[in-house]
Design a protein around this ligand. Structure first.
Ligand SMILES: Nc1ncnc2c1ncn2[C@@H]1O[C@H](COP(=O)(O)OP(=O)(O)OP(=O)(O)O)[C@@H](O)[C@H]1O
Ligand SMILES: [Mg+2]
Length: 464
């Protein structure tokens, strides 16, 4: 018989005794029944020196699924697969593997710092059915029960439970299907996020790439550090550079590296600061909030457009008259302000627990309001620039699986004096059919570089 079974039997025996006592205690004088109860409790504590904690699947008035329950479920999945006799299996949320968990009324043992403890799964089936609904409502209320010796109370409550929650959450992140959220107005909708970009395939200076990866990994593991120094676990990145240099690709690579969800926030679709706050508060932990082309969004949403509207109103014109087809919502969108965004990043935002990255992208860093880019607000500024030789070699390897070629020297020289984006190089390296003629692709790159060089020369002559 397993220790857990023993507890269950002793537990139910004691429960029966308590039930009988509750029926008969009314026949005893109050003082006496009080004394009996006190001593019974002490005896129970001696006979049954174990503590039990129950974690219900649904909690609160609105019966939300308990985060603790799902973390425990994930934590126990690895124990269950080796110990439990009855398991439940389902396709993991990443759609790739089977995830096993313990079935109802199963038990598994665990050990932590030399302390033994037991987990049991169970369910209550409620008999009341007072709602009429077309949708079947499950009356099963599942729970996990943890049993441990009372002498280990401090270890379990102080360290073990935190450890279980942390491990469980980590397993959940690993197994989950990641999402890409987009907003239309004040609501997020999502699709499955399956972008193949990784830092390995991102063409940029290898040293800088290494630094960014280090920075991201350090951030993702720094929860305790942020808590110790009393700062919100957030980090801001500003990615800037010309179109086609890999800003959006890098964001996808960041999400893939850390296993985070992506929130692609379209500021121009947000009515005002209140809507913005609502959207940001709704983002979940372990996510990247992206505002692309921040300069354009703020042109539409900042004070400038508001002023224009006011001017037109002063001239006696309805600002909407000049913009046929513009919806009322677009006109109203001017109410999201830079200060609203900044206040949220610095202030209230800190109250949302859990790690979040916020990433802004722009093609024109010099156009941005200094308030937005000042140090301390955006922690890291990353420039994605034109294609260098190292970046070209990586693209050649990725697209054509070629690491050296006699035309590399010419390309290297041309790249030093010509600006071409990785997106354009990639276009010339993209195989058109199953037969790959590398020479042809590299010649096409050289041609594009020479054209760009000639274009730049003519432009500079024009300006001279
Ligand atoms: N550094 C890079 N490494 C690998 N591929 C790249 C890189 N830069 C661009 N590309 C390729 O070019 C395409 C366009 O890149 P991306 O959308 O990331 O550019 P961007 O900097 O976000 O441009 P924009 O400023 O217009 O939004 C991508 O699909 C990607 O395949
Ligand atoms: Mg982009």
């Amino acid at each position: 018989m397993k220790p857990g079974d023993t507890f269950a039997h002793v537990g139910s025996l004691i429960a029966s005794m308590m039930f009988v006592w509750a029926m008969f205690k009314q026949f005893f004088p109050y003082q006496l029944s009080n004394q009996i109860e006190k001593y019974t409790q002490r005896m129970v504590a001696v006979v049954y020196p174990y503590i039990q904690i129950t974690f219900h699947e649904f909690t609160g008035e609105r019966l939300m699924r308990s985060e603790a329950y799902s973390a425990i479920e994930n934590y126990l999945s690895s124990k269950a697969s080796t110990q439990a006799k009855r398991l439940k299996a389902d396709i993991g949320k990443n759609n790739q593997s089977l995830v096993l968990s313990m079935d109802d009324h199963e038990e598994v043992a665990d050990e932590f710092n030399g302390v033994k403890l037991w987990w049991a799964s169970g369910k209550h089936i409620s008999k009341s059915q007072n709602t009429v609904s077309f949708h079947p409502i499950s009356d099963e209320k599942r729970y996990y029960k943890l049993t441990f010796h009372k002498s280990n109370r401090d270890v379990i409550l102080g360290t073990y439970l935190n450890y279980v929650l942390k491990e469980g959450r980590a397993i959940k992140v690993k197994n989950r299907q990641r999402k890409l959220y987009t907003n239309s107005g004040a609501y997020w909708s999502h699709v499955v996020f399956e972008h193949p970009a990784t830092f390995q395939t991102l063409a940029m200076d290898p040293k800088e790439k290494e630094m960014i990866i280090d920075d991201l990994i350090t951030f993702s593991k720094a929860g305790e550090f942020y808590a110790r120094i009393g700062r919100a676990w957030k980090r801001g990145y500003l990615l800037y550079g010309p179109p086609g240099t890999g800003k959006s690709t890098m964001i996808a690579a960041m999400a893939n590296l850390l296993g985070y969800d992506l929130y692609d926030l379209e500021l121009t679709a947000v009515k005002d600061n209140t809507e913005l706050r609502k959207l940001l508060i709704e983002t979940s932990s372990k996510s990247i909030i992206v505002i692309e082309d921040i300069d354009c969004s703020l042109d539409l949403t900042g004070q400038r457009r508001k002023k224009k509207k006011e001017e037109e109103e002063e001239n006696g014109k309805d600002p909407r008259e000049k913009q046929p087809g513009v919806q009322e919502r677009d006109v109203k969108s001017s109410q999201v302000t830079l200060s609203g965004l900044l206040n949220f990043i610095d202030g209230l935002w800190s109250a949302c627990g859990g790690e979040r990255l916020i990433v802004f992208t722009t093609n024109y860093v010099e156009k941005l309001d200094p308030a937005l880019v000042r140090k301390g607000r955006m922690d890291k500024h990353i420039e994605l620039s034109y294609c260098g030789y190292e970046a070209f070699k990586l693209l050649a390897k990725n697209y054509l699986n070629i690491e050296s070629h006699h035309l590399f020297g010419t390309i290297c020289e041309l790249l030093k004096e010509t600006k071409i984006t990785p997106a354009e190089v990639a276009e010339h390296l993209m195989p058109k059919n199953s037969y790959v003629d590398a020479e042809l692709h590299f010649k096409s790159v050289i041609q594009a570089l020479e054209l760009a060089k000639e274009g730049a020369r003519l432009k500079s002559e024009e300006h001279a």
